[in-house]
Design a binder for this molecule. Structure first.
Ligand code: CAA
Ligand code: NAD
Length: 292
């Protein structure tokens, strides 16, 4: 092989995904299907078992549709190792963090990852809204910290939004872009401003749908049917909020409100109340709607 560096896409062979919830499980699946060895870590062992079930069922759908062979499905599952100790991540080339949408919690994790992972490792965050520059500042390698924002459900949604922090290097940007393309995604690039591109535009719409419900403009069903059939969205905004997680929607709106300083981003009190009540959406069986 000589002393020349391998092409950027081949350098990422081992990936760690931290947070095995809705997003982390789908991201782990994508990396494993692309041939990477994947370490999937969560602080909650139950989340890891749910992730294994959901990855098998998601890959199973692809096998059923003839898009993946049973052997490739089995190999992908085998490439994913569930772990509970960050020490196991020492050798990975890329970490994709997909834990709770809280700047403090993410920063603590980035401090730890910075100490544990090899110096060349890239630390990416799947944050929906939080400043990549601030997450990077918690580490000693800000040039290797980047936003890699997937969309729910990751195996289906075609997009990855890449966010450069103030110090992200061009080399890291191109490695992450190549990796995103290798796992089948279309890449867009955003500056590091609250909510980036998609959530800057999507979350005010979801918030407005809550205001419409809160102020009695219409029923939840009519708001959703209106947006589905009137604008050809696959889901109405309230159904989509439940699908994303009302906690995630509220956190993003708070980041937009604090970061952009405009009251138009102020979260609707009904959304706040649902989150306070633990009605976090589909993942908890209850949000705007109930799920049996
Ligand atoms: N794995 C594999 N396949 C899956 C899957 C998964 N996790 N989820 C759905 N599919 C497949 C199904 O097998 C089905 O395939 P076929 O059409 O070939 O049969 C297809 O996707 C459609 O699924 P369903 O028939 O079960 O349901 P649906 O037609 O209602 O589609 C949906 C489900 C793809 C989620 C669709 O409703 C949709 O696109 N919704 C909007 C999703 C969206 O906007 N996501 C972005 C949210 S914002 C975000 O993510 C950013 C943030 O930071 C908050
Ligand atoms: P989720 O609640 O489904 O999963 C989060 C997981 O992280 C949980 O299993 C939890 O146990 C684990 N976790 C929390 N703190 C941890 C820690 N310190 N160490 C290890 N594990 C920890 O959340 P999600 O919807 O998958 O969102 C995860 C991230 O992805 C958030 O930053 C969110 O904003 C972002 N995101 C979400 C969506 C979406 O539609 N839900 C879309 C794009 C990006």
């Amino acid at each position: 092989m000589g002393t020349q560096a391998a092409p950027a896409t081949r350098q990422i062979a081992a990936v760690a995904v931290i947070g095995a919830g809705q997003m982390g499980s789908g991201i782990a699946q994508l990396a494993a299907a692309a041939g990477c060895s994947v370490f999937l870590l969560d602080s909650d062992p139950a989340a890891l078992s749910r992730a294994v079930t959901s990855i098998s069922s998601s890959l199973g759908r692809l096998v059923a549709k003839g898009q993946l062979s049973q052997a490739a499905c089995d190999d992908s599952v085998k490439r994913i190792k569930c772990v509970s100790d960050v020490q196991e991540l020492r050798g990975v080339d890329l970490v994709i963090e997909a834990i709770v949408e809280s700047e403090d919690v993410k920063k603590k994790l980035f401090v730890e990852l910075d100490k544990i992972t090899k110096p060349s490792a890239i630390l990416a965050s799947n944050t929906s809204s939080i400043s990549i520059t601030r997450l990077a500042s918690a580490t000693s390698r800000p040039s290797q910290v980047i936003g890699m924002h997937f969309f729910n459900p990751p195996p289906i949604m075609k997009l990855v939004e890449i966010i450069r922090g103030a110090d992200t290097s061009e080399g890291v940007f191109s490695q992450v872009k190549s990796f995103s393309e290798r796992i089948g995604k279309v890449v867009i690039c955003s500056q590091d401003y609250p909510g980036f591109i998609v959530n800057r535009i999507l979350m005010p719409m979801i918030n407005e749908a809550f205001w419409a419900l809160y102020t009695g403009v219409a029923t939840k069903e009519d708001i959703d049917t209106g947006m589905k059939l009137g604008t050809n969205h696959p889901m109405g905004p309230l159904q989509l909020a439940d699908f994303i997680g009302l906690d995630v929607c509220l956190s993003v709106l708070r980041v937009l409100h604090n970061g952009l300083g405009d009251n138009k981003y102020s979260p609707c009190p009904l959304l706040v109340q649902y989150v306070d009540a633990g009605r976090l959406g589909k993942k908890r069986g209850q949000g705007v709607y109930s799920y049996g």
